[in-house]
Design a binder for this molecule. Structure first.
Ligand SMILES: Cc1cc2nc3c(=O)[nH]c(=O)nc-3n(C[C@H](O)[C@H](O)[C@H](O)COP(=O)(O)OP(=O)(O)OC[C@H]3O[C@@H](n4cnc5c(N)ncnc54)[C@H](O)[C@@H]3O)c2cc1C
Length: 325
C-alpha cells in the first residue's frame, strides 16, 4: 500500500493508543529490533499486551485495510531503509513463557529459542539442541521451519494456537501445519502464531548437553560472531551449498557500501557498521548473478524483505517470494 493510499484511508495511528492496552510507539525505529540493525522507522510499532489485545488489534487493522506486519526476533529479515507506512507488530513480554508437562513443551510464540533449549535441557527433553546459536523467537522458528544440519523444528510441532486476520483465536493440530525446508504453511498466511506445543523426547541430560555443545562447536569459527547479520542469506540449492558456490567464485569479502560477504562464511552477508538494507540487497543480487552465470543455479533467498521496499527494484532477487517464502 502506498502512502497516497494511506492518506486516502486517513489512518491516524495515534488512535491505536486508545484501542489496545499494549505499547504503541509512533514513528519508531525498527532497526534495533533486527539482528542486522538496518531499516527505517515504522509509522507505528506495537507490542500488544496479550492475546486478546492482539486479537482486537488484528481485527481492527484488517477491517480498516491498514497495512501491518509481524516481527519476531528480527533475525531472518531485511527491513527496508524506507521504513514502513504501516504497523509493525512485535510480541512483547506477554507472549513469553514455557510450561512443561511430561514430554510436551507449551511455549508462547515470543519466547527466545535459547530459553526453550535451556528449559528443555533442564527437563531432560531432547530434540531442540540445534537451537544452540540461533537467535530469534519460537514463533519465527515455527513459521519458517528453522533448522540446522538435518534437524528441523517442524516434526516436533504438536499443536498451534494462532490469531487469524479477523482476530479469531484458533487451535491447529499438527496435521494442519505443513512444512518443508525453511517453509511452513503459516508463512505469509496473515495468521499470527501465539503459542505452540512441541513434543520432545526424554533423553539423559548428559546426552542432550553433549549435543548442545556439538552444535555450538560447529558454529564457532564458521560463522561471523561480531558483525551484525541475519544468518544464511540463501537457501541451499538441491544437492549443494549456497556458501560453497559463493566462495568458489572468490566472493568472500565482496562489498557494496557497508555490506560484505563474510570472510568466515560465504552464505552470510554482514553489516560492517555503515551498511544500508539496499547495500545488502545489492550484494545478494551480485552473488545471484555470478552463481547463475557460472553454475546456472538460481539462488533463492532465505531472508525475507519486510517494510516498504520498492518491489520493482528487488523482485529479481526475491523471484520466488509469493510462491515459497
Ligand atoms: C547468527 C545467526 C544464525 C542463524 N542460524 C540459523 C540456523 O542455523 N537455522 C535457521 O533456520 N535459521 C538461522 N538463523 C535465522 C533466524 O535466526 C531463524 O530463522 C529464526 O527462527 C527467525 O526467528 P525470528 O523470531 O527472528 O523471526 P523474524 O526474523 O522476526 O521473522 C521471520 C518471519 O516470520 C514472521 N513471524 C515471526 N514471528 C511470527 C509469529 N509469531 N507469527 C507469524 N509470523 C511470524 C515474520 O513476519 C517474518 O516473515 C540465524 C540467524 C542468525 C543471525
Amino acid at each position: 500500500m502506498t502512502s497516497a493510499t494511506l492518506e486516502r484511508l486517513k489512518v491516524d495511528f495515534r488512535e491505536l493508543t486508545h484501542l489496545i492496552q499494549g505499547k504503541v510507539l509512533l514513528n519508531h525505529a525498527v532497526a534495533p529490533y533486527t539482528t542486522y540493525h538496518l531499516g527505517g522507522p515504522a509509522a507505528a510499532f506495537v507490542e500488544p499486551h496479550d492475546v486478546e489485545d492482539l486479537s482486537q488489534l488484528l481485527h481492527t487493522l484488517n477491517c480498516g485495510q491498514i497495512p501491518h506486519l509481524m516481527l519476531g526476533g528480527g533475525s531472518n529479515v531485511l527491513f527496508a531503509d524506507e521504513g514502513y507506512q504501516g504497523v509493525v507488530i512485535r510480541l512483547g513480554r506477554g507472549f513469553s513463557g514455557i510450561h512443561i508437562e511430561g514430554d510436551k513443551v507449551r511455549v508462547k510464540a515470543g519466547t527466545k529459542l535459547v530459553t526453550v533449549m535451556n528449559k528443555a535441557r533442564e527437563a531432560g527433553l531432547g530434540g531442540v539442541e540445534f537451537f544452540a546459536g540461533i537467535p530469534g523467537t519460537i514463533g519465527g522458528a515455527v513459521v519458517g521451519n528453522a533448522g540446522a544440519k538435518k534437524a528441523w523444528i517442524g516434526p516436533t510441532v504438536e499443536e498451534l494456537t494462532i490469531v487469524t486476520p479477523r482476530g479469531e483465536v484458533k487451535k491447529l493440530t499438527k496435521s494442519e501445519y505443513q512444512y518443508s525446508y525453511r517453509y511452513s504453511s503459516l508463512k505469509l498466511s496473515g495468521n499470527v502464531l501465539v503459542e505452540v506445543v512441541l513434543k520432545l523426547k526424554k533423553e539423559p541430560k548428559d546426552v542432550i548437553e553433549q549435543k548442545v555443545k556439538d552444535y555450538f562447536k560447529t558454529r564457532r569459527g564458521k560463522q561471523p560472531r561480531v558483525e551484525k547479520n541475519a544468518g544464511s542469506v540463501f537457501k541451499n540449492p538441491e544437492g549443494n551449498f549456497a556458501g560453497r558456490l559463493t566462495e568458489s567464485l572468490g566472493l568472500k569479502g565482496f562489498k557494496v557500501g557497508g555490506a560484505e560477504v563474510s570472510k568466515i562464511h560465504a552464505n552470510f552477508i554482514v553489516n560492517t557498521g555503515r551498511a544500508t538494507s539496499h547495500d545488502v540487497a545489492a550484494v545478494m543480487r551480485a552473488i545471484q548473478q555470478r552463481v547463475m552465470a557460472e553454475y546456472n543455479i538460481q539462488l533463492e533467498p532465505e531472508i525475507l524483505p519486510l517494510g516498504d521496499w520498492n518491489w520493482d527494484e528487488i523482485k529479481d532477487i526475491w523471484w520466488n517470494f509469493e510462491k515459497n517464502s
